[in-house]
Design a protein around this ligand. Structure first.
Ligand code: AMP
Ligand code: MN
Ligand code: MN
Ligand code: MN
Length: 279
């Protein structure tokens, strides 16, 4: 019997807020039996070249991807771009603006933390980040290192979310822009981890409707750290809205023992996998 192809289409490296370098991520993916992996760093594609090279050497198929931060109404949602041409000018211009915005936001986060008595956060966060992308996880690591919280989850709860001292409401790309950049780059736009937004069913349907109207095609039905019941609900939405289904671990670090590369439940039978459209 032939082995089923193992897909993991949502992962992070040090090119955003992951802790493994692209080549090390690929090595770990191969060890864990992944056949097709998408590297989808937040708002940038800096890691793709190194990942491609490592993938070629190791015999894994690498999908060029990205995870774009989007502001939709009052919500932040994440849109994955799969199979993008990373040389697309429009895409890179858009991503570059988002990364610039991140620098200003980081300064604001640091200022707010400073007001609540935590100094040196910007420098501390920078030390945990590569040059290309500065995010909340880099602040979280600094805060844990300095004993302000016991782990990353704890920091988020106490400092980095709404109504907490280090929270800055994001102003990211619009939904139409993010999807257009992906489409112009020849990729497929996929709504990442739809259950994590904790939207009401009505609101999620509204998001999906708008997403489709601007050219989005995919829905991440299976994601790491997800309840089996959620898979069923999401699969039903994918079917109703005729969206292609994707699966990805959202792997960030080996320190998180409950999220591993390539260790995902299968897509439900009713789903049309996003890879069924790949040549
Ligand atoms: P940013 O795009 O800089 O606002 O950071 C978002 C990232 O923070 C996500 O991609 C996760 O990696 C991480 N994150 C968000 N919420 C949490 C949480 N509650 N616990 C741990 N990590 C989180
Ligand atoms: Mn992240
Ligand atoms: Mn995300
Ligand atoms: Mn992610």
């Amino acid at each position: 019997m032939t082995k089923m192809t193992c897909y993991d289409l949502h992962t992070h490296s040090t090119a955003s807020d992951g802790s493994l370098k692209p080549a090390d991520l690929i090595a770990r993916a191969i060890e864990h039996g992944v056949d097709v992996l998408a590297l989808t760093d937040h708002d940038g594609t800096e890691g793709i070249k190194a990942a491609k090279q490592a993938a070629e050497t190791g015999g894994l198929e690498l999908i060029s991807g990205v995870e774009i931060s989007v502001t939709w109404g009052k919500s932040t949602v994440h849109i994955l771009g799969l199979n993008i041409d990373i040389d697309s000018r429009n895409l890179q211009q858009g991503l570059s603006k988002l990364r610039d915005y991140r620098i200003g936001r980081a300064q604001e986060i640091a200022k707010r933390l400073d007001k609540s008595g935590i100094s040196g956060a910007l420098e501390g966060a920078r030390k945990n980040a590569s040059d290309v992308m500065l995010g909340r996880v880099h602040f979280a690591k600094f805060l844990v290192e300095h004993g302000y919280a016991k782990d990353i989850n704890d920091v988020f709860k106490r400092y980095l979310v709404r109504n907490k001292p280090g929270y800055v409401p994001g102003e990211w790309a619009s939904l139409v822009d993010a999807v257009s950049w992906i489409n112009e780059a020849g990729g497929q736009a996929v709504i990442a981890h739809p259950a994590r937004y904790r939207m009401t069913a009505t609101k999620l349907r509204r998001l999906v409707t708008e997403f489709k109207a601007v050219g989005g095609v995919g829905f991440e039905v299976v994601s790491g750290r997800q309840h089996p019941e959620e898979i069923k609900t999401l699969a039903r939405i994918a079917e109703q809205f005729e969206l292609l289904s994707s699966c990805g671990s959202d792997f960030h670090t080996p320190d998180n023992s409950w999220v591993e590369l390539g260790r995902l439940p299968p897509l439900p039978e009713s789903c049309v996998p996003v890879w069924s459209t790949w040549g």
